[in-house]
Ligand binder design. Structure first.
Ligand SMILES: *Cc1c(COP(=O)(O)O)cnc(C)c1O
Length: 368
């Protein structure tokens, strides 16, 4: 890599490979296949490569272009479309994805037609809503009817299995009870169609604690994992669930200091409205030394989901293009031009990876 321009997002490929292999092995021991989810990193090929090198055979995303690029580079993988297909993108779905998540009969019928024209068969996982209230059939009988319809009526659609999504919109925790309902419904469908389903997909990173506790229902044999492999921040920091041997610093956000000054920490004058139409609350900590860095909300969206690696520094606030960091208590002697490193949570990762102003750099490459 050439000299870094800033802001930069470094991806340590060796650490990532370690995380992939750890989760793939944990899942394998429990009879579970991992789909490696790359939507949070804009389908970054260095991440796709690490997933494949770590033993993942299915790459998953909500966006077809990311799956297309993954497939062009790694012909042997299976591509899984995570977002229910739009009627406007069915050609792309049929051409570049092997399997998609679905819940609408109308879409499935249209997709069957597109596949017939292309002379292709496409796999589907039908989604069941277990209470999180995002996608999927809420009543199990609706899901059973849809599964029978796909199996009997749609010649170019292969019913690969059923799945669910939890811990997203409704923040609902995966449990043996709600995932057990998914397994029971799968069993009923298998009774009707007279064969077993290949995939019972029991959720995302938020389903991993069930594995650690040994409480995952037996029939679940597939998980779609992004955050838990890429960042491993949510389960340890928000759920209090810790994994041995997983890195939390695969990603490093690097931003450069453009000003260092000592100023009051409480704004001076009449507090009115900030750049985003809000009236924030400010804490008066007295006179403090702070650094301004050349990065802002346009790049990372949420400053409260960034954490300085220097534990003596803390983030004060940000605007579109500026990040203000309190460095009063830092033992290091920061200068203008120095670069500060940050850990990131999922929200900033998503934004940083799609932001053209942020340079992406692979460090510690695994080699082809
Ligand atoms: C994003 C997504 C995932 C992956 O979620 P993580 O929390 O990153 O593991 C899995 N399934 C679906 C349907 C998704 O949209």
């Amino acid at each position: 890599m050439n000299r870094l321009a800033y802001p930069a997002l470094e991806i340590d490929q060796k650490k990532l490979l370690n995380n992939v292999a750890e989760i793939v092995n944990l899942c394998k021991t429990n009879g579970i296949e991992v789909a490696g989810v790359v939507k949070g990193v804009n389908g970054e090929m260095g991440v796709v490569d690490s997933f494949v090198a770590g033993g993942v055979r299915q790459i998953a995303s909500s966006r077809i272009d990311q799956l297309k690029n993954s497939k062009l580079k790694h012909q042997n993988i299976e591509t899984l479309l995570l977002r229910l297909p739009m009627l406007s993108e069915l050609e792309g779905v049929a051409a570049w994805t092997d399997i998609s998540l679905n819940s609408e009969k109308q879409t499935l019928v249209a997709l069957n037609g597109v596949c017939e024209n292309l002379g292709k068969t496409h796999g589907v996982i039908l989604m069941m809503d277990l209470g999180d209230l995002r996608e999927g059939d809420f009543n199990d009988q609706d899901l059973i009817d849809l599964a029978i319809f796909v199996e009997k009526e749609l010649k170019y659609i292969k019913l690969e299995g059923v799945g669910t999504n939890l811990g997203c919109y409704g923040a609902i925790k995966p449990t043996p009870v709600n995932l057990g309902k998914l397994c029971d419904t799968a069993k009923t469908i298998e009774g009707h169609i007279g064969r077993s389903l290949r995939i019972i997909s029991g959720g995302a990173t938020s389903s991993l604690p069930l594995l650690l506790e040994g409480n995952m229902p037996d029939r679940v044999n597939h998980l779609r994992i992004g955050e838990g492999i890429l960042l491993n921040m949510d389960l340890p920091e928000l759920w209090g669930v810790n994994f041995d041997n997983l890195h939390q610093d695969v990603f490093t956000l690097k931003a450069q200091i453009i000003e260092i000054k000592t100023k009051p920490s409480y704004p001076v004058g009449e507090i009115f409205i900030d750049a985003f139409g809000h009236t924030p609350e400010y804490q008066d900590r007295g006179i403090r030394k702070r650094a301004i860095l050349g990065i802002g909300k346009q790049d990372f969206a949420m400053e409260d989901k960034l954490a300085p690696r220097d534990g003596e520094a803390f983030i004060v606030g940000s605007s579109s293009d500026h990040l203000i960091v309190d460095i009063e208590d830092c033992s290091g002697n920061y200068q203008v031009g120095d670069v500060m490193d940050f850990d990131i949570f999922y929200g900033p990762m998503l934004h940083l990876c799609t932001c053209p102003h942020v340079q992406k750099a692979i460090v510690n490459p695994i080699g082809e």
